[in-house]
Design a binder for this molecule. Structure first.
Ligand code: FAD
Length: 288
C-alpha cells in the first residue's frame, strides 16, 4: 500500500522505525527484533539506510521480509549524498522488484572525513526526490526539522528549501524528533503559511538511554525541556526506571499531538519490540 493512500484516510496512524545491521554477523538479531515489532501490526514500519549506503541491501532485505512474511507496509529509507545515480537506480530497481512502494528520500549526513575534491552526483535530498519521481510509481517522503536543520542559517531558509523538496515530488514529510510539542505546532503553522500542504508525520523518540539521548540532542540541536531534563537527571542511572519514564513521556507527547489533530505518529523504536509494544498498549483505546 502507498502511504499517501493511508494518510488520505485521515485516521490516526501509529508506525515504528527499525534500523538494519551494520555488519552481517548481527543480521539475525536485527531481523528477530524487526519481526518482533512487525508482529504488533503497526500501520507501517520504516527501515533506515546505513549512513554511507554500504549496507543498502540490508534495508531492502528487511523491508522485503516485513512485507512478504508479516504483511506490514514498509517505508524504505534511501540516502544520496554518498551515492551515484547508477547506484540509486540499482536500489530503486531492487525495491520495485520486491514490491516496496514507499521511500523516505534523504540526503544523508556529510561524512566527517569528506574529501572536498570528490565530485558528488547529489548535493541535496530534493535532487533524489526528483530522480525517484522521474523513475515513477513510488510514494515519496522527505525529512523535516521543526527546530531547523543544523546546517541552516535560519528557519525561513530551511522552510524555503523544504518547500522546494516537496515541490520536487514529496507526498509526505516525517519530522526529526522533538520533545516539546509546542515547537511542532509553531513549525506546522509556519510551513502551512509557506504553502506546504502534504501530510506531516510526527517523529517521537521514547528515550530509554540517558547517555545516548544527550549525545543525539547535542548533534541534532534538539531542545530538551526542563521537565524532560529532570526525568533524565533523576532516572538516567537506572535503566529500568529510565525506560518506564521515557515511554510515559513519549506516550503523553503522542496523546497531546493526537488531541491537537496531529494524526500521524512515527515512533523511533530503535529495534526495541518491548518499547514499541508498551507504547502501542498505552494507546490501545486512543488509536484503534
Ligand atoms: P536536505 O533536505 O537536502 O537538507 C539538508 C540541508 O540542506 C538543510 O539545511 C537544508 O535547508 C539545506 N538545503 C536543502 N536544499 C538546499 C538548496 N537548494 N540550497 C541550499 N541549501 C539547501 N540519515 C541516514 O543516513 N539514514 C537514514 O535512514 C536517515 N533517516 C532519517 C529520517 C528522518 C525522519 C530524519 C529527520 C533524518 C534522517 N536521517 C537519516 C538524517 C539525514 O540524512 C540528515 O539529517 C541530513 O543531514 C539531511 O538530510 P535531508 O534529507 O533532510 O537533507
Amino acid at each position: 500500500m502507498k502511504l499517501s493512500e493511508l494518510f488520505n484516510e485521515k485516521k490516526p496512524t501509529l508506525s515504528f522505525e527499525v534500523f538494519p545491521p551494520k555488519t552481517s554477523d548481527t543480521y539475525e538479531n536485527v531481523k528477530i527484533a524487526t519481526e518482533g515489532i512487525a508482529k504488533l501490526k503497526p500501520d507501517y514500519m520504516s527501515v533506515t539506510y546505513g549512513a554511507g549506503g554500504g549496507t543498502s541491501e540490508y534495508t531492502v532485505d528487511i523491508a522485503t521480509n516485513l512485507l512478504k512474511n508479516y504483511g506490514v507496509t514498509p517505508l524504505a529509507h534511501l540516502t544520496c549524498l554518498s551515492s551515484t545515480k547508477d547506484k540509486i537506480t540499482g536500489v530503486l530497481d531492487a525495491l520495485k522488484e520486491n514490491g516496496i512502494e514507499n521511500i523516505l528520500a534523504l540526503r544523508g549526513d556529510i561524512p566527517k572525513d569528506a574529501d572536498a575534491d570528490v565530485k558528488r552526483e547529489y548535493k541535496y535530498a530534493y535532487e533524489l526526490v526528483y530522480d525517484i519521481k522521474k523513475y515513477g510509481d513510488f510514494c515519496i517522503g522527505g525529512a523535516c526539522y521543526p527546530e531547523s536543520h543544523t546546517e541552516s542559517h535560519n528557519s525561513a531558509d530551511d522552510i524555503r528549501h523544504l518547500k522546494e523538496k516537496v515541490d520536487a515530488g514529496c507526498d509526505f514529510l516525517t519530522t526529526q524528533m522533538f520533545f516539546d510539542n509546542s515547537i511542532l505546532y509553531s513549525f506546522l503553522y509556519k510551513i502551512r503559511e509557506a504553502g506546504i500542504s502534504v501530510p506531516i508525520v510526527a517523529g517521537i523518540m521514547p528515550v530509554t538511554n540517558a547517555n545516548q539521548i544527550k549525545r543525539i540532542c547535542e548533534l541534532s540541536g534538539t531542545y530538551l525541556p526542563r521537565r524532560f531534563k529532570s526525568i533524565v537527571d533523576r532516572f538516567g542511572d537506572n535503566p529500568d526506571a529510565m525506560k518506564q519514564a521515557g515511554i510515559a513521556y513519549a506516550t503523553e507527547q503522542i496523546i497531546d499531538l493526537l488531541a491537537n489533530g496531529v494524526n500521524n505518529i512515527h515512533v523511533y523504536s530503535m529495534n526495541k519490540p518491548d518499547v514499541a509494544e508498551s507504547i502501542q498498549k498505552n494507546l490501545s483505546e486512543i488509536i484503534k
